[in-house]
Design a protein around this ligand. Structure first.
Ligand SMILES: [Fe+2]
Length: 408
């Protein structure tokens, strides 16, 4: 069972780590300086800083490029003022020292750059490759239910920033979060989503309303069961956040299925690192064509099923939609065979009943789903069922979380 990803995925991630050059540089040691808390070695193509037992290497152009002086950098907006194109690529500092916990470099021409050793440690490649960009709690049905995450309540959610922050923290950790007691109208649903972020308008509109009337070509507009999937896999950038609100249902069935795609993918990484790697590496195409009286669309999105950051191998997006997967023609036949094996293993993991969280959406309960992580589906249903919702812009949700001081 997984708990927090950094601990749970650690062993698997180590197996998967990209090779990091450990060999000594070809260049000779030019200068050695000792300070109370750090050792510096000026090598021909980089500066090596040994700080708190960890050697880190910084390219000289990188150091000048990341100078935090007022003439080089706007500390309020974190934007660069320096023209990187003006830096001589063979640049080297004339002198270096550690003073009061800061690395001090003097460049030809006299410009001085200062970096705190803590900042360097945090921003070095050596530091970043062991840190998660976004801490998460991976879950199967038991893990999520035992966590007993309480839903936010409409009144408090709309008026209290601390309630919104708690909601966002739950959302970041689990990839799903709920608000209860929302009036069962499209307008109130829009209001509750705008409390979180901007709405991402798509071909389905700004706020969409699902009824089982086949008004659009997409399978979602039927009464059929839908297997687990991520939405808009046929967009170049799939929608980041999905919002659902069941406004009305007079009939049976229609429960919503949720599966943590990262939980399943990490299981795959542990069991079959080579299959995990293949699903990360091979881009495939998804496609959606609509040709009705009112709507003409031809969407294609290309990317691998699993997406990881290359410096720390952390998952950041799963693109899994068997309905929308297009012709498989982006790889040679021998890779195709291995890809189907890998895809089957991931599918088996995604389909384990213990990984399925079933939720009955009732009027008043609004769910927010991380569409880059959590797959959704539904059982078939009878009767009139009206569901509304929208997509949110991922950038703005994550920005809202960061503005509350959350790691996102
Ligand atoms: Fe969907």
């Amino acid at each position: 069972m997984f708990s927090v990803l950094p601990r749970a995925a650690g062993s698997a991630m180590r197996q998967f780590q990209l090779p990091f050059a450990r060999s000594e540089p070809r260049t000779s040691l030019l200068q050695v300086r000792f300070a109370a808390s750090a050792t510096l070695r000026l090598l021909e193509d980089c500066l090596e800083v040994s700080y708190e037992g960890t050697p880190m290497r910084f390219n000289y152009v990188w150091l000048r490029d990341h100078c935090r002086s007022a003439s080089s950098y706007n500390s309020a907006t974190h934007q660069r003022s320096l023209d990187t194109g003006s830096i001589e690529l063979t640049l080297r500092p004339e002198s270096s020292a550690v003073e009061d916990g800061q690395l001090v470099l003097t460049w030809p021409g006299g410009h001085v750059s200062k970096f705190s050793l803590g900042w360097l440690a945090e921003n070095s490649h050596e530091g970043r490759k062991t840190v998660m960009e976004q801490p998460r709690i991976l879950w199967n049905a038991n893990v999520y239910q035992n966590a007993r995450i309480s839903a936010a309540k409409w009144d408090k959610f709309m008026s209290s920033d601390s309630e919104l922050k708690k909601f966002l923290q739950n959302y970041l950790l689990y990839g799903i979060a709920f608000v209860d007691d929302v009036p069962a109208t499209v307008e109130a649903t829009e209001e509750v989503t705008r409390r979180v972020s901007l709405i991402r308008e798509t071909t389905y509109g700004r706020m969409w309303s699902f009824t089982s009337d086949f008004s659009r070509g997409d399978t979602a507009y039927s009464q059929l069961a839908l297997d687990r999937h991520t939405d808009t896999s046929y967009f170049q950038e799939p929608c980041g956040i999905q919002v659902f609100h069941c406004l009305r249902h007079e009939g049976t069935g229609g429960k919503t299925l949720l599966v943590d795609g990262f939980y399943a993918a990490e299981k795959l990484r542990q069991r079959s690192p080579e299959n995990f790697e293949l699903l990360c590496r091979v881009p495939i195409r998804h496609e959606y064509i609509e040709n009705t009286e009112n709507h003409r669309n031809h969407m294609t999105g290309i990317g691998p099923v699993l997406n990881i950051y290359p410096w720390n191998n952390e998952l950041y997006m799963i693109r899994y939609n068997n309905y929308d997967r297009s012709v498989m023609n982006t790889m040679p036949h021998d890779t195709i065979r291995r890809w189907y094996v890998a895809h089957r293993e991931l599918t088996t993991e995604l389909r384990w009943p213990e990984n399925e969280l079933w939720v009955k959406l009732t009027p008043g309960k609004v769910i927010f789903i991380d569409n880059w992580r959590v797959l959704h589906g539904r059982e078939s249903f009878t009767g009139l069922r009206q569901l509304c919702g929208c997509y949110l812009t991922r950038d703005d949700v994550l920005s809202a979380a960061r503005c509350f001081g959350l790691q996102a």
